[in-house]
Design a protein around this ligand. Structure first.
Ligand code: NAP
Length: 298
């Protein structure tokens, strides 16, 4: 089968299409025929060598974490899913015709599996962030709300009954309003703009873009720990929290289930890419201005 691989860390140009054996699912894993595979900034950071795993890389490496498609094989110990079921989730080397998933949920009826191929990381992260914040009512500020994680966070938070203020550049404001958020511009003067729409302040804030807004967000909440970042590791220096997959207390399936159970949940696919255009997809994702998701269709 065809799969994207790279044999050295570097820019998007290191990505190649290789002919590889179809992987066999191990215990608690499944194999899917990939209908869609969402591109994450994480993929571009791993490819660039910016995410050291603490041991030498075993090249060649595959790329991609998100995928959705029909199950073609199930590994030992797997229950509740059968060959032919259409699922989405997260796994490894998903930019390929077939890929292993290690966590999954059923693609809801009526949802295009290509779109669901971009749901994995975004919904897992959104569910984790909201659980870690633990806000039951009030106003949530989401900095960088129109991308993959932000689009999922906004929909989950609105469904949980929170008032959501989301920042993005002006061309994305209509999109954000459609998700149920109050759109605001990011950049200088954010605190004043927030004060206009939330005169009583905000009860929690997420930094999803890592654009250096932690001190400003901390100034808007009651306790610095009411601010959580997924992209700015200086946050603890300001009393705020960082959430990473590595320290998560939730199962990925919890975020998947929240998306699957939410009527009308959707992640806009800004652009679909063929497998051969994976380098372009990485360039676009790394830019950090995606509306919803970018999805590769092998
Ligand atoms: N720690 C974790 O567990 C975890 C999990 C998932 C993702 N991440 C990381 O989280 C980040 C976001 O992921 P994503 O997939 O949502 O990214 P994305 O799809 O590229 O979205 C980025 C968002 O940031 C906004 N943005 C860009 N420049 C900004 C600025 N200067 N100020 C405020 N907002 C700005 C964008 O809005 P415009 O397009 O309007 O500029 C967009 O809404 C990435 O760094 C990713 O690696 C971490």
């Amino acid at each position: 089968m065809r799969a994207v691989q790279f044999t050295s860390f570097g820019g998007p140009e290191v990505l190649r299409i290789a002919d590889v054996d179809v992987p066999a699912p191990g215990p608690d894993e499944i194999l899917v025929r990939v209908a869609g595979a969402g591109v994450n900034q994480l993929d571009t950071k791993i490819r660039a060598g910016a995410m050291p795993q603490g041991r030498p890389a075993a090249f060649p490496l595959g790329t991609g974490v998100d995928a959705a498609g029909a199950v073609t094989a199930v590994g030992p110990g797997v229950t509740g899913v059968a060959v032919g079921d259409v699922v989405f989730g997260t796994g490894r080397a998903t930019m390929a015709e077939q890929a292993i998933l290690t966590a999954w949920a059923t693609v809801p009826r009526g949802v295009d599996p290509v779109e669901a191929g971009g749901w994995g990381v975004a919904t897992e992260t959104a569910g984790r962030l909201l659980t870690e914040l633990g806000l039951r009512e009030g106003t949530l500020l989401v900095s960088g709300a129109s991308g993959g994680v932000g689009s999922a966070v906004v929909q989950f938070a609105v469904a949980r009954g929170l008032t959501v203020i989301g920042t993005a550049s002006a061309p994305r404001h209509e999109y954000l309003a459609g998700l149920g958020a109050i759109p605001l511009a990011y950049g200088a003067g954010l605190a004043d703009r927030v004060a206009e729409v939330a005169p009583h302040g905000v009860d929690g804030a997420f930094d999803l873009s890592g654009a250096g807004v932690i001190p400003e967000l901390v100034g808007l909440v009651t306790h610095p720990t009411d601010v959580i970042s997924i992209a700015d590791f200086t946050a603890p220096g300001h009393g705020a929290r960082v959430s990473t997959g590595a320290t998560r207390t939730m199962r990925p399936e919890d975020g998947f289930a929240e998306a699957a159970a939410l009527p009308g949940f959707a992640l806009r696919v800004e652009r679909r890419y063929a497998l051969v255009d994976i380098a372009d997809a990485h360039r676009q994702a790394a830019g950090g201005h995606t509306v919803g998701k970018l999805v590769v269709t092998p």
